[in-house]
Design a binder for this molecule. Structure first.
Ligand code: NAP
Length: 491
């Protein structure tokens, strides 16, 4: 910007020496924003688009480039912005600069001060920025909010990006005013209670897929284990033993033998914690005793494990379709055909092999289809449209159907060579046999739990019944009190 322009007021009435009164449209509340950075600008754009009057308070309003803020936004000093705002003032600056606003304490008294800042690190143990702001401005009503919405999302509007705005405050009236404002901007307010929740809200944007860490790690470890096992059994040992060069299998074939094993075991891990929880409840004879922490966490990660299983199964399907496109497949087929011609074999049709391949492919396709259905219903928008019974039917009923089909797919695949000694080179069983162990245990466990004697007892426990050793003995004719629920009703 040329130097001369700096002296020209951006707006006719924004001369800070003699500021005119703030123009306001009847019925349009004026919102103040302190700070003229990225967030302030995006917020101003959204507020103006939603019919609010906006006054931006800057340390130096003349320095703001013309056209940066939308038409109608008043660019003033910080004090004028605070005085000009009807009720709500946003603090759109970094928390380390909050103390520089101390001079505005009187002007901000009784006003709603919205803290939009984000935390810079997790679990710092320090008071939140909003709590510090409330200490600095004891006469203002501090509300935490908007920080989970980025400047970009604010400008894009509620049609794109995240819609939820997490809010908390110790003043219910002020929170209600901000909730209303959030709605008018087209977002969805989520009230998280008092200012004590502000630390969690500030840290929310710092989390990197929090529920995914454990499941991704487990899936990765399973992948490394099965890949390493395949590499050892089919590539390294044959090479060291008799110089057979199978290294070409590493990028595609070995990966494709690993993926279904990972998918199957991960799917079993989705249903195993439910069985463990049921066994614990049956053994304890009550549902009012807490599960161990690891089981609680495992139960909460079933959706992520299921989606990772779906990912591996989907990738396995694509890899399998590409197997015949490989050069190696072409050469192998040609060599086999040549050997057959040389041996004078005219018909290589083997009825048993035909059935085997058709059956395992069909079970695999059906299993993947059911898994896809499960993955779709785990989307919040789809899951929310189902009632509890429908959701349980899909996630549990269809889930076990997917597990059964996947087990059948694997069994049909290996039916003829699982019992041949050739399948155990170096005494190492094929990977699909290892992958079947856990899913079969889960399936058998589920069948056992379906026995009427266990099902009825479990249903009774989940409705609140307790075995006699958990009921308190009546002492001196005292009535028996019921233990308060502590944990999951249904698993
Ligand atoms: P920014 O572009 O750096 O703007 C900060 C503004 O603070 C400056 O433009 C400045 O405006 C003002 N300010 C007031 N006193 C100051 C001082 N003593 N020193 C320096 N600047 C001072 O930052 P921002 O991206 O708008 O972020 C502002 C707040 O919004 C932060 O707390 C951030 O955590 C939060 N936030 C930002 C986003 C985002 O996407 N950007 C998303 C969520 C939350 P004047 O020069 O006009 O006074």
């Amino acid at each position: 910007m040329p130097g001369g322009d700096m002296k020209t007021p951006l707006l006719a009435d924004s001369d800070s020496d003699a500021p005119g009164p703030l123009p306001r449209l009847p019925g349009n509340p004026v919102v103040g924003i302190i700070g003229s950075g990225d967030y302030s600008r995006s917020l101003a754009i959204r507020l103006v688009a939603s019919g609010f009057g906006v006054v931006v308070g800057s340390r130096n309003p003349q320095r703001i480039a013309s056209g940066l803020f939308p038409e109608g936004v008043q660019l003033r000093s910080q004090r004028e912005a605070v005085d000009g705002a009807d009720r709500v003032v946003f603090a759109a600056l970094y928390p380390e600069h909050y103390h520089t606003l101390a001079g505005l304490r009187d002007g901000l008294a009784g006003k709603v001060l919205v803290d939009v800042s984000n935390a810079t690190r997790l679990n710092s143990g320090e008071p939140s920025h909003a709590e510090r702001l409330a200490e600095l401005f004891p006469q203002s009503r501090v509300v935490k909010g908007f920080n989970v919405i980025s400047a970009w999302a604010l400008q894009a509007g509620a049609h794109d990006g995240s819609r939820q705005v997490l809010i908390c405050s110790d003043c219910c009236d002020s929170k209600a005013a901000v909730v209303q404002l959030v709605r008018r901007l087209g977002f969805s307010p989520v009230d998280l209670g008092g200012l004590a929740a502000s630390r969690a809200i500030e840290e929310a944007p710092l989390h990197l897929f929090p529920p995914w860490g454990g499941p991704v790690l487990v899936t990765l470890l399973l992948f490394l284990f099965f890949y390493g096992y395949n590499f050892l059994r089919r590539v390294l040992l044959p090479y060291l033993d008799h110089g057979e060069n199978n290294f070409y299998q590493l990028p595609l074939q070995t990966v494709n033998q690993t993926l279904p094993a990972v998918a199957l075991v991960t799917l079993a891990l989705v249903y195993l914690p439910g069985l463990v929880a049921a066994v614990l409840q049956l053994g304890r004879g009550t549902k009012y005793e807490r599960f161990p922490g690891w089981l609680d966490r495992w139960l909460c990660r079933r959706k992520q494990l299921g989606l990772l299983s779906f990912l591996c199964a989907g990738a396995h399907a694509v890899y399998s379709m590409c197997l015949t496109l490989r050069r190696a497949a072409g050469y192998t087929l040609l060599n086999a055909a040549y050997r057959q011609v040389k041996a004078g074999v005219e018909n290589s049709w083997v009825e048993q092999q035909v059935w085997r391949s058709d059956l395992y492919l069909s079970c695999g396709i059906l299993g993947l289809g059911v898994l896809t259905l499960l993955a779709i219903t785990s989307l919040p928008s789809v899951g929310n449209a189902l009632n509890w019974r429908e959701f349980t039917f899909v996630q549990s009923g269809l889930g076990y159907a997917a597990l059964t089909l996947s087990i059948m797919h694997t069994l049909f695949f290996g039916w003829d060579f699982a019992f041949s000694s050739l399948a155990y080179p170096y005494f190492l069983p094929p990977v699909f046999l290892l992958a079947l162990i856990l899913p079969c245990i889960v399936l058998v466990g589920r069948v056992l739990l379906a026995l009427p004697c266990l099902t009825f007892r479990l249903a009774k426990i989940r409705r609140g019944w307790e075995s006699s050793r958990h009921r308190r003995c009546p002492r001196d004719q005292e009535p028996i009190e019921e233990a308060p629920p502590q944990n999951f009703g249904d698993v």
